[in-house]
Design a protein around this ligand. Structure first.
Ligand code: FAD
Length: 390
């Protein structure tokens, strides 16, 4: 039986040797430390806090940033790391994406020198955990123009009022980046809100059917006072928020590749073990056809995100590039995890076989960081010259 390998065109081998070693170290970490506990934590909807120091040893947070203790590797390696994590557990990859991409990225792209010095080195070591609060209970897709959370300045103090929903890591994060509309100039501003701020309250969202290990919160900000020194000094409008999202959307496309790859590999292994009619089900033509369809999609996704990251590394990445990859990869991911579950028959809905978790988690990846519709409209606007947004 040939080895199970979802990287059919061996794209991982195109990483420089030292980056390839890091990719394989992350794979080993995920298989040794996360795989054995993934279903249990998912089932209990708890986060395995004890893995944070072990993950820190990998030295991969803020991977592409220059300075502040960050290693300054390529966006391509960052993509491979997101893929390796999601290949085993999409929840862990989401925790890491929020920390390294959304939270650290907001400070890196929009923070002052002093803010970067204060937060990035400790967040890089995962000593301090971050979260990113943009979405609200009534405002998701329309965040660009519709945020209802407000901020008002008086002297050197800002007062923030409003609610944020779905905020990953926020039940235990040391800081949460909160995006709010300035009542004076109507522009969106970003704030670092510390966990001990008396105006900040985070409540865990219960009964999720996807990414159950990720701790998502409903945040309520009640006359939450933040000093001017904790306002992100280079976030002056939603355009600055969008810079962060462009970068992280590329990461979500890679996550979709990882989730799909994990599901494909599980299905391929299972079809060789499972026997019906006295033969491995992998020997049946219809099963092979399904596996090859999955592999074709997976390989197309991998080559797409590979090129996407090259563009990121060359500073050529535009919003529509990231959005197209997010749309395409999450759509194909959904189809691959469904086919994989199908190949498990009834066992496909038992958590112990892992694949059920992949099917459920794919639903969240499909919707977050911009739904299919919103990312399609971003691409549509770019290729037609007409904006379909109101
Ligand atoms: P809605 O905006 O209400 O959309 C509902 C439907 O309407 C969708 O199908 C959408 O595509 C469609 N729709 C909306 N507008 C249009 C239009 N103009 N044209 C066509 N169709 C349209 N947010 C954060 O800020 N921080 C986080 O850490 C975070 N983590 C998340 C984790 C999870 C597990 C999930 C599920 C979400 C998370 N989010 C987070 C929020 C996420 O980004 C939003 O769920 C997403 O942007 C969609 O918003 P919504 O859920 O409010 O859906």
């Amino acid at each position: 039986i040939p080895p199970v390998n979802g990287d059919f065109y061996e794209l991982g081998k195109m990483l420089p040797h030292h980056e390839r070693e890091i990719q394989l170290r992350v794979r080993e970490f995920m298989e040794k430390e996360i795989k054995p506990i993934a279903n249990d934590y998912w089932n209990r909807a708890e986060f395995p806090m004890h893995i944070i120091p072990k993950m820190a040893e990998l030295d991969i947070a803020g991977l592409t940033y220059q300075g502040y203790g960050c290693p300054g590797y390529s966006a391509l390696l960052e993509g491979f790391i997101a893929m390796e994590m999601a290949r085993v557990d999409t929840s862990i990859s989401t925790f890491f994406g929020v920390q390294s991409g959304l939270a650290m990225g907001s400070v890196y792209l929009c923070g002052s020198e002093q803010q970067k010095q204060e937060w990035l080195p400790s967040m890089q070591k995962l000593e301090k955990i971050g979260a990113f609060g943009l979405t609200e209970p009534e405002v998701g897709s329309g965040a660009a123009g519709g945020l209802t959370t407000t901020c008002k300045r008086q002297g050197d103090t800002w007062t923030i009022n409003g609610q944020k929903k779905w905020i990953g890591n926020a039940t235990f994060s040391d800081m949460t980046v909160i995006w709010a509309r300035d009542l004076e100039d109507n522009q969106v501003k970003g704030f670092i809100v510390r966990k001990d701020n008396p105006g900040f309250h985070a409540e865990k969202l219960k009964d999720k059917m996807a990414l159950r290990t990720v701790q998502n919160a409903l945040i309520t900000l009640t006359n939450c006072e933040v000093p001017e020194s904790d306002r992100l000094q280079n976030a002056n409008s939603f355009k600055d928020t969008a810079k962060v999202l462009r970068m992280t959307r590329a990461g979500v496309a890679w996550q979709a590749v990882g989730c799909a790859r994990g599901a494909y590999e599980l299905a391929l292994a299972y079809t060789n073990e499972r026997k019906q009619f006295g033969r491995p089900i992998a020997s049946f033509q219809l099963v092979q056809d399904l596996l090859v369809t999955m592999l074709g999609d997976l390989t197309a996704m991998q080559t797409m995100v590979f090129r996407l990251s090259q563009m990121q590394d060359n500073d050529e990445l535009l919003d529509e590039h990231a959005s197209l990859a997010k749309v395409f990869c999450t759509l194909r991911m959904r189809s691959i995890v469904d086919h994989a579950r199908e190949l498990f028959g009834g066992n496909g809905i038992l958590l112990q076989h892992d694949i059920a978790r992949f099917v459920a988690d794919a639903e969240a990846v499909y919707s977050y960081e911009g739904t299919k519709e919103i990312n399609s409209l971003i691409v549509g606007r770019a290729i037609t010259g007409h904006s379909a947004f109101v």
